[in-house]
Design a protein around this ligand. Structure first.
Ligand SMILES: [Zn+2]
Length: 306
């Protein structure tokens, strides 16, 4: 299913050791590997002497110490956050306390839509509800420091508050979890929304950056083509859901079994939520019907045009 995307899983950065990706951009890997984080969260340091840190990472003292060590003798002036998942934003408070830098992000953690009656957040543990940015950024806002300017690129979908950051005067976009070289991100309601996610991918196809530096794994090269393959992949998954539903009404576990072949069992729940994200979008577009609001326990059927 996913071999249509030219994934690149090569990424050999040892945790805790800063590496220069290009002049003026360093990266540092946190030692929090897992099925959603790949080798771990990648924090970026932008600039020299007076620097910005993008995504300080999870609550992880070893990582915070390594970040502060990497910028020893320099001044951290800005802390930017791509989104409020616990592997990206909680470290901001620690770095802020140590450096006095202000935090910048789209806003606090929130759902992409109101919760349905009786609905709980299935991935609640993944959200960092404590983070509040000092400075709220809107799409197109710029943040400038010593020799660098970052442009906020609103990219909701993985979370409602996801921001990518374009490094002005370069080919580089810090893409957070929106676009990654090693995998597609999970888009799980109610935090995530597939319609937003697809619109945010479309938005990137109209931008000029060619090299993405993501929140997990190595760089995305030839980014515009890579984004096109991401879009094609999601469209193919939507088509697979519709194809299965032509065979009759189905629930989400049935759809997951039909669509994800050879799925890592640790990702079954995430796959179900991803299918739910597609179904929400398909119900909103009038292509699929269900009883009440689309839910993880619902049964789904094709809407046949008459
Ligand atoms: Zn995330």
């Amino acid at each position: 299913m996913s071999d249509d995307i030219p994934f690149d899983k090569s990424f050999d950065l040892p945790p805790g050791r800063p590496e220069e990706v290009m002049p003026g951009v360093r990266r540092l890997l946190c030692n929090n590997p897992g099925p959603f984080t790949f080798k771990g969260t990648v924090s970026y340091i932008v600039g020299r002497d007076r620097v910005a840190i993008i995504d300080p990472g999870p609550l992880d003292e070893a990582h915070a110490a390594a970040l502060l060590d990497a910028v020893r003798g320099e001044t951290v002036t800005h802390i930017l956050v791509t989104h409020t998942h616990r592997d990206h934003s909680p470290g901001a408070a620690r770095i802020k306390a140590a450096t006095g830098a202000s935090t910048y992000a789209e806003g606090p953690h929130r759902s992409a839509r109101p919760l349905h009656i009786g609905e709980t957040r299935p991935l609640d543990a993944s959200g960092d509800c404590d983070f509040r940015p000092d400075v709220v950024l809107a799409d197109g806002d710029t943040v400038s420091g010593n020799g660098w300017t970052l442009e906020a690129v609103a990219t909701p979908g993985h979370t409602a508050n996801h921001m990518a950051y374009a490094l002005r005067g370069t080919d580089v976009l810090f893409s957070g979890d929106h676009v990654m070289a090693w995998s597609t991100p999970i888009v799980a309601p109610p935090d995530g929304a597939m319609s937003d996610y697809m619109a945010s991918l479309d938005k990137l196809t109209r931008r000029a950056e060619t090299l993405y530096l993501p929140g997990h794994g190595g760089a995305v090269r030839d980014a515009p083509r890579f984004v096109q393959s991401y879009i094609a992949h999601r469209r193919a998954r939507e088509a697979a859901i519709l194809r299965r539903l032509t065979a009759g009404e189905a629930d989400i576990p049935t759809l997951v079994r039909a669509i994800y072949i050879g799925l890592d069992p640790r990702l079954t729940k995430a796959a179900g939520l991803s299918v739910l994200a597609h179904l929400e979008d398909l119900v909103a577009r009038g292509k699929v019907a269900t009883e009440g609001a689309p839910s993880i326990d619902g049964r789904y059927r094709l809407v046949v045009a008459v």
